[in-house]
Design a protein around this ligand. Structure first.
Ligand SMILES: Cc1ncc(COP(=O)(O)O)c(C=O)c1O
Length: 361
């Protein structure tokens, strides 16, 4: 249709991980294990489930437009002030708000690849220019600050850094991040997997007003279905984020769930411990398998390179009731790759057994 804006026309739809229900139906399976979207293997915190079952409160009334209670709770959790926090509909919305705030038509945004494809989609929606930097596989995809800095010119407004990076699992080192922050650009730091790495650079927001951080309740807190995330930025940027966000972007249910989830430190600890120990187990087991390469990861997933067709491996795993993500078509990856999320011990063992059987065939 002619009315559609010209630059929107080539944008592709995001391909999410397959849903358990759909795979169960398609392959006539009773049980399906989903290791495709980096969700929390322990599920949501019990206190949130109880609240959802027993007392979701006054949903006929509008939610708090400014999510004050949740922002206070988040501020305590990350060691910042409420004035640094914006609550969003998933971290996806925080990323969108950053692009909306900083990027003008035709301006450049740097995206090191391979990474989370939504950055590129957002840049295109706002008619910006994507400047990719290929992360080197032979260096375990490390962020090379000099290479990134060299690409920054007067037309560059944004640099996206995902740490730990999805799907490669590596983090950016602090001095590399600071090198980029010292340039005249806004740096979007995506820390949705930070809890699994134990490393966060949120505190740098106090020193660098050009740093904006996206965080999420979808991963460590097990609330992916509720859609809850947040932005951390200096007070001035936060004030603008509150001006441009839609007034009731986060439901009262999600706000309350977030407050409860942050109180349940036990669930958080159990999640992080489980992911770390199972990540080590799976990494060690996979490292001993011939003909594949597994990359070290600080997140809740592992990237695996195959020397055979990934479509076939993913399809066969799915037929056996295990969903993983085919990463072969992701920009910046050249070859056959899958990404597997860290699940419960029995789920990881089930994946391992079936995966090895399939690739040895
Ligand atoms: C790197 C990264 N950023 C952001 C998101 C979006 O997460 P959400 O909108 O659920 O917070 C994801 C989801 O998988 C992700 O992998």
């Amino acid at each position: 249709m002619k009315l559609i804006r010209e630059w929107i026309r080539n944008i592709e739809k995001y391909k999410a991980g397959k849903r358990k229900e759909d795979v169960a139906k398609k392959y006539k399976l009773k049980k399906v294990i989903k290791l495709a979207s980096n969700e929390n293997p322990l599920g949501a915190p019990p206190s949130v489930l109880k609240f959802l079952k027993e007392d979701i409160g006054n949903i006929h009334l509008y939610p708090d437009q400014e999510s004050k209670e949740l922002r206070e709770a988040i501020a305590r959790y990350v060691g910042m002030k409420k004035e640094n926090i914006t609550v969003t509909n998933g971290s996806d919305e925080a990323l969108e708000l950053f692009v909306k705030l900083f990027l003008d038509k035709g301006e450049k945004a740097i995206v090191p690849i391979p990474t989370f494809p939504i950055y590129e989609t957002l840049i295109k929606i706002f008619n910006g220019r994507v400047v990719n930097i290929q992360l080197r596989e032979d260096k375990n995809f490390e962020f090379e600050a000099n290479k990134i800095s060299e690409k920054i010119d007067e037309r560059t407004k944004l640099v996206f850094i995902c740490s730990p990076n999805n799907p490669t699992g590596n983090i950016i080192e602090e001095d590399d991040l600071i090198k980029i922050l010292n340039k005249e650009v806004a740096v979007v730091l995506d820390e949705v997997y930070a809890e699994f790495s134990g490393i966060s650079y949120v505190k740098l927001v106090n020193e660098y007003e050009n740093l904006v951080v996206a965080r999420s309740f979808s991963k460590t807190f097990g609330l992916a279905g509720l859609r809850l995330g947040y932005a951390i930025a200096c007070e001035e940027v936060t004030d603008y984020l509150h001006r441009i966000k839609l007034p009731f972007n986060v439901s009262s249910i999600a706000q309350k769930a977030g407050v409860l989830a942050l109180k349940d430190r036990d669930h958080l600890k159990r999640t992080v411990n489980l992911v770390k120990s199972q990540r080590e187990f799976l990494f060690n087991e996979l490292s001993g398998v011939e003909d594949i390469k597994v990359y070290p990861s600080r997140a809740n997933f592992l990237l695996i390179k195959l020397n055979r067709n990934a479509d076939e491996v993913v399809e066969e795993l799915m037929r056996r009731g295990i969903i993983v993500r085919n990463m072969s078509n992701l920009k910046g990856l050249h070859g056959n790759y899958i990404r597997v999320s860290i699940g419960l011990e029995e789920e990881n063992k089930e994946f391992l057994k079936n995966f090895i059987e399939i690739i040895k065939k």
